[in-house]
Design a protein around this ligand. Structure first.
Ligand SMILES: Cc1ncc(COP(=O)(O)O)c(C=O)c1O
Length: 387
């Protein structure tokens, strides 16, 4: 039945795509060496710099977010380099896997899933590194698997104080959702992907590269070809691309960046913050517990514990009854939590709907009272109005 196709995507990527962006995707492709396309790349590149709050190069690669993560490592480091990897979730683990694959010597800084990385752990190791052997500090800003946002501002200040190490950061679910002032925090490599805050389908990844990172790239000896960023920089000088780019995704990117500019950075950050507050506080009113630590909730994802209920069955019920897709827990968290993505093209109505849907299933199961359901909607409305 057609009505069953009114899917509401409330997962942390792919995220919903605005109609204007979908229409841009449906246009006929144009030649990627044409002047029209080069003009378009000129515009998207400028707008990507605006989004990243940077004068650094921001390169667009055809690939998912992991392509930008891998590119960040293989373009700036060499086999055997010593690096710090922050690990407090699935995506921190991914950094460790990539670093291992390329033969880096890894110092892990770990925190329990659901808790943030402790910036002082980074400070201590960086201060003790008198011989400046540490070449990079690698971490995830918004840890999608747990709903925790790490304190990148403080950690990056310690990396700056070290002077030699580069900061290499996964901002896949933070760019376009919360403040990531790349120049102010002097972030050297920032990786992100299109299917998140950018409001376009999967297929593009983005990487901002500082001058310090370009200098490091001169010494880097790790193997690379498709992800050799120097060829992207060379092509970008003429608003071009070394290989055939995903032309229609660039049409979509152009539209979505224009929408973002119309909304304005501050308003985008405020919207994500109020959705985080409405969602997390309403979940508590429904008697549910959050997985992430209170003061480190990601603006993009709320991870919710289901205690004795199987989160996978709960998710399935929400999907069947309301056509709202929620994300499950990953690895050991499967069945124990569900995650609500509120990232990108999400409005207040989406938040009220998902809270209503969660509450309704809990009511059906007689896990909550009508009073609690009312309280949750009141709480959400209060935050949606206040912020
Ligand atoms: C924090 C984070 N890093 C990296 C990735 C990987 O991105 P992709 O699946 O686009 O390669 C994701 C995807 O969900 C993510 O949330």
């Amino acid at each position: 039945m057609a009505i069953q196709q009114k899917l509401s995507l409330m997962i942390p990527g792919p995220t919903p795509v605005p109609e204007k962006v979908l229409q841009a995707l449906g246009k006929h492709p144009i030649g990627h060496r044409s002047k029209d396309f080069q003009d378009l790349v000129g515009i998207t590149t400028e707008n990507l710099k605006w989004l990243h709050q940077t004068q650094n190069d921001v390169l667009t690669i055809t690939g998912s977010g992991t392509a930008a993560m891998e590119a960040g490592i293989i373009n700036t480091l060499s086999k055997g380099d010593k690096v710090i990897c922050g690990e407090n979730g699935k995506f921190g683990e991914r950094w460790v896997k990539v670093a291992k694959e390329f033969g880096l010597e890894i110092i892990k800084i770990k925190a329990e899933w659901g808790t943030p990385l402790n910036p002082e752990d980074f400070k201590k190791i960086l201060e003790e590194d008198k011989d400046k052997e540490i070449k990079a500090v690698i971490l995830t800003h918004s840890e999608t698997s747990t709903g925790v946002v790490n304190d990148l501002k403080t950690i990056s200040s310690y990396v700056r104080a070290h002077k030699t190490a580069l900061s290499i950061v996964d901002c896949v679910t933070s760019i376009g959702a919360c403040n990531v002032p790349v120049d102010e925090w002097e972030l050297d490599i920032v990786a992100s992907g299109s299917q998140k805050g950018y409001m376009i389908p999967p297929g593009l990844s983005f990487i901002s590269v500082s001058e310090k990172a370009w200098q490091a790239s001169e010494k880097s000896n790790l193997p690379k070809f498709y992800l050799d960023l120097k060829s992207y920089r060379k092509s970008l000088a003429s608003n071009s691309n070394p290989y055939t780019p995903a032309v229609n995704l660039i049409f979509a990117l152009d539209e979505s960046l224009k929408m973002m500019k119309d909304e304005g950075l501050e308003n985008i950050f405020k919207r994500h913050n109020r959705h985080k507050l409405a969602m997390s506080n309403a979940a508590r009113s429904l008697g549910l517990k959050l997985f992430a630590e209170e003061n480190h909730l990601s603006p993009s994802i709320t991870a919710i514990k289901t205690e004795e209920m199987d989160a996978e069955i709960f998710r399935k019920e929400i999907k069947q009854k309301f056509d709202i897709l929620l994300a499950g827990g990953q690895d050991d968290l499967k069945g124990k939590i569900f995650r609500v993505g509120h990232l990108g093209y999400v409005n207040d109505r989406d938040i009220i709907s998902v809270i209503g849907a969660i509450g309704s299933i809990l009511l059906e199961k007689q896990k909550i009272t009508y009073q609690q359901m009312g309280d949750a909607l009141n709480t959400a409305s209060k935050y949606l109005k206040l912020c």
